[in-house]
Design a protein around this ligand. Structure first.
Ligand code: GRF
Length: 221
């Protein structure tokens, strides 16, 4: 289901995180700086009490919620997360380092309205430690992917990818840091694209339509 922007003024994001939250902060900064217009963060939810990202969200005065997942059944925990997202009238869910698989019920509750960012050029290197996987494999190009979430890990339709070269003097750490910089740009861009509503999902292809699509077509030789 696409987001109908004509029906509302502001796109309400629900951010889910488990850790330091640099992608969340990049999104918040893009909103503050006016790079993401008519977008607001409706709630930040963490499944981990000590997550640095949730502390920062609190400091920023954003609505926050901690829903601890450890020791709970996935569908029961997800039901609480869904209820919180609904209570905050969230239009688009953004997974930003949320280290937990979503139940099918969660995915179905927000059809094509959940984004994830992954630090590799999918479908290469899904799962944990993607940057290290890519580095150890010896790829010459690495990057990040923002995609819709479906029922498979790091799998749904790709909204956009950003690629960088792997340098001869890189190690897994330096590569991760440079990918992270691209992630911070990519997530903002993906939210803007999805928020515009000017796209279709054909099969598993995200295709721009409307003005955005026409502009792209015009660029072709
Ligand atoms: C990022 O590398 C993201 O791609 C992955 O988890 C990491 C989260 O980092 N899904 P941060 O918490 O946003 O700083």
């Amino acid at each position: 289901m696409k987001i109908d922007r004509s029906a509302q003024s502001s796109l309400r994001l629900g951010i889910l995180l488990s850790g330091r939250g640099s992608n969340f902060l990049a999104i918040a900064e893009s909103i503050r700086a006016g790079r993401l217009k008519n977008v607001e963060i409706a709630v930040v939810i963490s499944n981990v009490v000590e997550a640095g990202g949730i502390a920062k969200a609190r400091e920023m005065g954003l609505p926050t919620k901690v829903l601890v997942s450890k020791g709970r059944k996935r569908d029961e925990h997800d039901a609480d997360v869904i209820a919180s997202l609904r209570a905050h009238r969230v239009d688009l869910v953004c997974l930003a380092g949320y280290m937990r698989l979503l139940s099918p019920e969660f995915v179905a509750a927000f059809p094509n309205r959940i984004l994830n960012i992954h630090p590799s050029l999918l479908p290469a290197f899904p799962g944990l430690d993607a940057q290290e996987q890519a580095f150890n494999y010896g790829v010459k190009v690495a990057g990040c992917t923002v995609h819709f979430v479906d029922n498979e890990l790091d799998h749904g339709a790709i909204v956009l990818q950003r690629a960088i070269p792997v340098l001869d003097d890189d190690d897994a750490h330096s590569l991760s840091e440079r990918i992270l910089k691209e992630e911070h740009i990519a997530y903002t861009e993906a939210i803007a694209r999805v928020g515009s509503g000017e796209y279709e999902i054909r099969g598993r292809r995200y295709v721009k339509t409307g003005n955005e699509g026409a502009r792209e077509q015009g660029k072709r030789p």
